[in-house]
Ligand binder design. Structure first.
Ligand SMILES: [Zn+2]
Length: 179
């Protein structure tokens, strides 16, 4: 952010006395421009012991398999956002069972929430974001073709819940650029 969104002057990196972090701030009007992590909301969509994944049609990680997810919109609840992303990327509706995992990708400044979601049907439709959509048996998940570490974490955690049923919310983080 090079310019102040309030007055248009140059922003500078400042270590402000009252703050413990370096901030972008405007010396002309004293506005502080906070930069905080973005929330990504998505689903672990399940249907009859299978998990639905989307092959990404867009960068980053084009061609890799992904759980349906995307940036939360303003004035949206996390669950509505997760179901909206499911609808946008697959055309499907689902029923949220519960919050399943929270993953902090520090290098991307993103926090991913994945909700365990029961699919009502599997009449999916392809689109620009998803060039292939497939239900995977749990022993056939394409681990080496997953788009992001957060996918791997959510899916491995899901397998754990099948071995040992639990309502635990799984929490992890990484500094990986493919977090
Ligand atoms: Zn300003």
């Amino acid at each position: 952010m090079n310019f102040c969104s309030k007055c248009g002057s140059d922003n500078v990196h400042l270590h402000l006395e009252q703050e413990s972090f370096v901030r972008y701030a405007c010396q002309a009007c004293d506005a502080i421009h906070y930069k905080n992590p973005l929330l990504v909301v998505g689903c672990v969509p399940v249907y009859q012991q299978q998990v639905l994944l989307c092959k990404r049609g867009i960068e980053p990680r084009k061609g890799y398999w992904n759980l349906p997810a995307g940036f939360m919109e303003l004035n949206e609840s996390v669950t509505a956002g997760a179901l909206r992303e499911l609808k946008e990327e697959t055309g499907l509706s689902g029923q949220i069972i519960r919050l399943h995992s929270v993953y902090t990708a520090r290098q991307k400044n993103q926090v991913m929430l994945h909700f365990l979601t029961r699919l009502e049907n599997i009449d999916f439709s392809l689109n620009k974001e998803s060039v292939a959509i497939q239900l995977f048996e749990l022993n056939k998940i394409p681990w080496d073709k997953l788009a992001f570490k957060s996918n791997t974490f959510a899916l491995k955690s899901y397998l754990k819940t099948l071995e040992n049923p639990t309502n635990e919310v799984f929490i992890s983080e990484s500094d990986d650029k493919n977090g």
